[in-house]
Design a protein around this ligand. Structure first.
Ligand SMILES: [Fe+2]
Length: 206
């Protein structure tokens, strides 16, 4: 997706008066089931959503805030399946038309600064950027291990990151950049993903 046409060319997303406006998990799943036919992509968004919620919970944020983090993760790639050339413009416009909380929309808009031209600024922005690439990478690693997530260790993931031929589409540069911006160590982040991602495996969009 090295594509300049994805640059959003905007600085502001949503409206400040919509802070606190969310949709339910059920409504979000309706949108995803409508827009996303690719099961792997759905599974990826569920995993990222789960990590986002768990991270917010680990900071003792309120239920409302944790739900916002969850929604940002759940919807961040919603338009990638059907409209890759309009990613993530399409989902941003959809959420703006629904008067959704601007923090959710901004997090989605900044989850790939190199592609969308929007810098991750807030904590929710930075963590979505960080979890997005790493979640997919750890999942790819689980698929090649006979015991999947069981017994997975941080050092195993780090070793795979050094192997440039493994999951080559995952940008190591973006992972390092995201950790740096979020001020979390790569080791801690990998550890968090291993511990929590497994819980999301049984979750579906039904
Ligand atoms: Fe993603």
């Amino acid at each position: 997706m090295e594509n300049n046409s994805l640059i959003l060319g905007r600085k502001y997303f949503g409206k400040p008066e919509n802070i606190g406006n969310v949709i339910s998990k059920e409504e979000a799943f309706l949108l995803l089931n409508d827009w996303v036919k690719n099961e792997k992509l759905k599974a990826h968004m569920i995993q990222v959503a789960h990590l986002m919620r768990r991270f917010a919970e680990s900071k003792n944020y309120s239920n409302e805030v944790c739900h916002k983090w969850y929604l940002a993760g759940l919807l961040h790639d919603a338009d990638w399946d059907q409209w890759p050339d309009q990613h993530c413009r399409k989902i941003i416009e959809e959420l703006e038309s629904r008067n959704i909380d601007p923090e959710i929309i901004r997090a989605i808009a900044s989850h790939g600064p190199r592609y969308f031209g929007v810098e991750p600024e807030s904590e929710i922005d930075k963590m979505l950027y960080a979890f997005d690439e790493l979640s997919g990478f750890v999942h790819a690693y689980s698929l090649m291990r006979p015991t999947a997530y069981e017994g997975m260790e941080v050092k195993g993931v780090k070793k795979r990151l050094k192997d440039k031929t493994f999951a080559a589409q995952v940008s190591r540069e973006d992972i390092a950049d995201a950790c740096n911006r979020a001020q979390v160590s790569l080791e801690n982040l990998i550890d968090f993903v291993i511990i929590h991602q497994i819980d999301a495996l049984g979750e579906t969009l039904q």
